[in-house]
Ligand binder design. Structure first.
Ligand code: C5P
Length: 302
């Protein structure tokens, strides 16, 4: 087994390199790319500090997910983790001033119920259809139930932190015209720092005896690449759509991975899975429906 905290460091480094690559690609010159980086990071310590907030929260969240998965079985974890959908909506209202009518709240509630139904299928099949938890650290955790209450508290706190960090990041991205890749580099710089601290605190003895790359295989690098790409995609989704729509996208991806597992790996969907799929699709359509204006209501009644 590889050491999970080392993988988190590599995820941050891969993201950092990818964002630097995007800045170079946009400016088409190393010189002006490096100048932009210098201007936006070293010369802007307050901006770095601003981005250190979500970065620290994501670091805590990722470690809480590790605690949660170590103390809860995978299904309970996935079910409780769906509270993230409501936490995100709540912070969208508080931090972003978004107004959600009752139709949208109902759609979000339905979405949560639908995802929970999809997750509640027999555990033998769940390995292929459930999404992986959102951090390399959590992905590496063993699912041996030891203290369910601690696991439950960890996952609920992770939901609240996820909602807050996501909406905070969205607010920063949308309230200024700064470049999305620059913002991500600012996020990654403190991310690398927090990941290194976590690695040192948790695993310095293991690393000292077996090396930082012990247990690494090609699959580990694939997981790292996947987590890095996933993190950057989160940023793009938050910039061009929003955190609530991200929740719908992730829920639909759970359904899609069930369908792919059915087609490729012989996963047998239960009745609850099919019902949950219908509820997720229904909730997405309901959320996307435009509220009818009073004029339309009048015409409908007429
Ligand atoms: O579960 P949730 O959607 O909150 O997870 C978001 C994940 O995306 C976190 O693990 C965070 O580290 C990652 N992320 C990222 N880069 C961003 C925003 C989020 O890597 N710009």
């Amino acid at each position: 087994m590889y050491i999970a905290s080392t993988a988190v460091v590599f995820v941050e480094l891969v993201k950092l390199l990818a964002c630097a690559g995007m800045i170079w690609w946009q400016s088409r010159s190393w010189r002006s790319g490096l100048r932009t980086l210098y201007r936006e990071t070293i010369r802007q310590p307050h901006e770095l500090l601003l981005m250190a907030v979500p970065s620290a929260i994501y670091a805590v969240q990722n470690n809480l997910l590790y605690v949660a998965l170590s103390n809860l079985d995978a299904t309970t974890f996935q079910v409780v983790y769906q509270l993230k959908i409501l936490a995100t909506a709540l912070f969208s209202v508080i931090l972003l001033g978004r107004r959600l009518d009752s139709n949208k709240w109902q759609a979000l509630g339905l979405l949560m119920v639908g995802v929970i139904m999809v997750q509640l299928h027999p555990t033998t099949a769940s390995a292929s259809a459930s999404p992986k938890p959102s951090s390399a650290a959590a992905a590496a955790a063993a699912a041996t139930a030891t203290s369910p209450l601690l696991g439950f508290l960890a996952v609920v706190t992770a939901c609240i932190l996820s909602g807050f960090a996501g909406c905070y990041f969205e607010r920063v991205l949308k309230s200024s015209d700064s470049n999305i890749w620059v913002r991500n580099i600012q996020l990654c710089m403190s991310g690398v720092f927090f990941a290194l601290v976590a690695m040192f605190v948790q695993d310095r003895h293991a690393i000292a005896s077996g090396g930082i790359l012990q247990g690494y295989t090609n699959l580990t690098w694939a997981v790292i690449g996947n987590q890095a790409l996933g993190g950057l995609l989160v940023a793009v989704v938050v910039k061009y759509a929003d955190n609530i729509l991200k929740g719908f996208a992730t829920s639909i991806s759970i359904v899609l991975s069930g369908i792919v597992s059915y087609l490729l790996f012989g996963f047998q969907p239960s009745f609850l899975f099919l019902l949950g799929t219908a509820v997720v699709i229904g909730a997405s359509l309901m959320y996307g429906r435009k509220p009818s204006t009073s004029k339309e209501n009048y015409e409908k009644r007429a």
